[in-house]
Structures are given as structure tokens and as C-alpha cells.
Design a protein around this ligand. Structure first.
Ligand SMILES: Cc1cc2nc3c(=O)[nH]c(=O)nc-3n(C[C@H](O)[C@H](O)[C@H](O)COP(=O)(O)O)c2cc1C
Length: 221
């Protein structure tokens, strides 16, 4: 038996003609069964198959030029960090802008690290890393940690210490997030590292160092 019912979604009133109990349809995406979508009195629902693996979806065939992609990403102004780790008594780090907050409860962040970077394998092995947010006065550190030919200079300048995990912490950073490594996602040239934050230090009085359109700079409000 089909009856009319209605529901409010985002302030809009929709009417559906559905069987009184519920109506559901299989939701197909690129030829794969993804789950069900349907309606019941007062609700619209969608349920995904628990075991659906999005990675099995075939990649869309679109030819985006990587230079066009890079030009687009150049427009995204970013804060600058140094992501560090340590293994034994060796300290390793790199300049990184591909860092962001993941969740506040529990405190988690993520960092995308090139698999060729010197700090990549040590971070996966030691399972600790620290994200140090740089201030305007850290421009030279930012270039040191971004240049392979200046790798020998890293950790020779700046005041470095530790908090909980033993990963190197820049003690005059704007903020440092000392993390245990959580889940990782290997994605093409990079690995996404998730970090479970164990300690935070902040000094919001400083000016942040920014990176935009291939240049370092500071924020002008
Ligand atoms: C502004 C800026 C941001 C960067 N962001 C990242 C990043 O998010 N992830 C990454 O893997 N490399 C990033 N890099 C590149 C690394 O800092 C660089 O390749 C570094 O030399 C890698 O360390 P390594 O020399 O020890 O291998 C960035 C470089 C610059 C200049």
C-alpha cells in the first residue's frame, strides 16, 4: 500500500509516496552496489554496506594536467611546519605545509609526507612525530628543512627539546603537537600520517610564517 508522508530536511518540506512501513532502493555507484536509500514516515535514510571498499571503485578517466593542479594548489596559502621524528639518537625532520587538524576529541591531526623524504621511514618505524608550527622568525629553519643539500644543518640552529614522545620539539614554535603515530594511509607518492596528540605547547604571541604562490611571507590583516 502506498501512502503519502512528508518530512523536513534543512527547513524544506518534502513529500514522498512510500509504503507505510518503508521504501528502499539499492543505491548503485559506478556499477557497484553501495547500499540502500529509502524513506520511512518522518525520515529519509541511506545505509552503506559495512564492507563497501571505496578503493575498489575504478578511477574516473579524466586527464587533469599536473601543472594545472600545481597552479591551483599554489593559490592555497598555508601555515608552515617542521615535522620531526627521532629514532635512537637520530633526529630527522622536513618542512611541511600538508598538515591539518583531524579531530578535537580525541585530539588528532594529519600530515602528508612524501615516501622519499628522509623522515618518512623513521616516522613509521619510531611511531612518533611532532608537528612544529613556525613563526616569521623561523624562515631560515623552513628553508633548511626543505633543502636536501642543507640537511646537515638541520637541528644545529633553533632551540630543540622534547615533550612526551621524544620526537624533537622546537621550543620557540608558535605551537608544537607531539604525537604518537595512529593510522597511516599510503596514497601514491605520499603517506598520510595520523597523529594522536600527546602534548601541546603554544606561544600565540608570535607572527605565523606562511607559504603562498611559491614564496614565504607573513600575514597582513
Ligand atoms: C613550503 C614547503 C612545503 C612543503 N610541504 C611538504 C609536505 O607537506 N610534505 C612533504 O612530504 N614535503 C613537503 N615539502 C618538501 C620537503 O620539505 C622537502 O622535500 C625536504 O627536503 C624533504 O626532506 P629530506 O631532504 O630530508 O628528504 C615542502 C617544501 C616546502 C618548501
Amino acid at each position: 500500500m502506498a501512502v503519502h508522508t512528508s518530512t523536513d530536511i534543512g527547513g524544506q518540506n518534502y513529500r514522498f509516496a512510500v509504503p507505510w512501513t518503508a521504501a528502499a532502493a539499492v543505491f548503485i555507484m559506478r556499477g557497484r552496489r553501495l547500499g540502500t536509500v529509502g524513506a520511512a514516515p518522518g525520515e529519509v535514510f541511506m545505509s552503506l554496506l559495512d564492507d563497501f571498499d571505496f578503493d575498489t571503485l575504478s578511477a574516473p578517466v579524466v586527464a587533469v594536467d599536473s601543472d594545472d593542479f600545481r597552479e591551483g594548489m599554489r593559490q592555497l596559502a598555508a601555515g608552515v611546519t617542521i615535522v620531526t621524528t627521532s629514532i635512537g639518537d637520530q633526529r630527522i625532520g622536513l618542512t611541511a605545509t600538508a598538515v591539518c587538524s583531524l579531530s578535537a576529541e580525541p585530539p588528532m591531526l594529519l600530515a602528508c609526507v612524501n615516501r622519499e623524504a628522509g623522515a618518512h621511514d623513521p616516522a613509521l618505524q619510531s611511531r612518533v612525530f611532532c608537528v612544529n608550527v613556525l613563526g616569521a622568525q623561523h624562515l631560515d629553519l623552513a628553508t633548511q628543512f626543505a633543502s636536501s643539500d642543507r640537511a646537515h644543518e638541520r637541528f644545529t640552529t633553533g632551540e630543540w627539546g622534547t615533550l612526551e614522545t621524544g620526537a624533537p620539539v622546537l621550543m620557540d614554535s608558535l605551537a608544537s603537537f607531539d604525537c604518537l603515530l595512529g593510522q597511516t594511509l599510503r596514497a601514491e607518492t605520499h603517506t598520510v600520517l595520523t597523529g594522536r596528540v600527546q602534548a601541546v605547547r603554544t606561544d600565540p604571541a608570535q607572527e605565523p610564517l606562511l607559504y603562498s604562490r611559491g614564496a614565504f611571507g607573513t600575514f597582513a590583516a
